[in-house]
Design a protein. Sequence first.
Length: 221
Amino acid sequence: MAWKAITFDCYGTLVDWEAGIVAAFKTAAKKQGIPLDAPQIIAAYHEAEPAVQAGPYRTYREVLGHVAVAVAERLGWTLEPGQAGFLADSLKSWPVFSDSRPALERLRSRYQVAILSNVDDDLLAGTIERIGVEFDWTVTAQQVKSYKPATHHFLEAIRRVDGDRTSLLHAAQSLFHDLQPARQLGLSAVWVNRKGEALTAEAKPLHTVADLTELADWLGL
């Protein structure tokens, strides 16, 4: 396939968002003497975030504040809205997967590399600095005033390549947020299945890899 650009989801694909979120919640709760369990934090987050993002558009910093309060409530921790900024503040320190930077450097030798992310521009800028790779362009929720799995990110990405959707390859970990909407628009998509999950029928990836190293290998780089 003659792809010109590879677009990536960021958090979950390039960055270990689960480790970052768990650390942020545990650190904040410990200050109040409240122990939290990692699997419970992630389960509560998966419940809370889609519900918040499904409402009217608000910045991702605001989304994270509302999600923090909702997660805390599910875990039996009373968190005042004024204390909820810790989650957004922690985002720039979320760990980058060890394979991300070297694989992206390999991919940049042939393709444009870009990010499609459910985040604000300034928050993503901090993460990109941590990744240490120069991206050709980004599409954020702040730019399109929408959150995946809505298709606005992908439509904007298509616009960035002069409307030629055949020139785009999307790589992501989330079936729900990324693979399904990408495929609905007829985009080529690779599933970065970092967690060894089962494939759903709706996603229909072109190919599946365990990490970005395998993606670069598959593309012959």
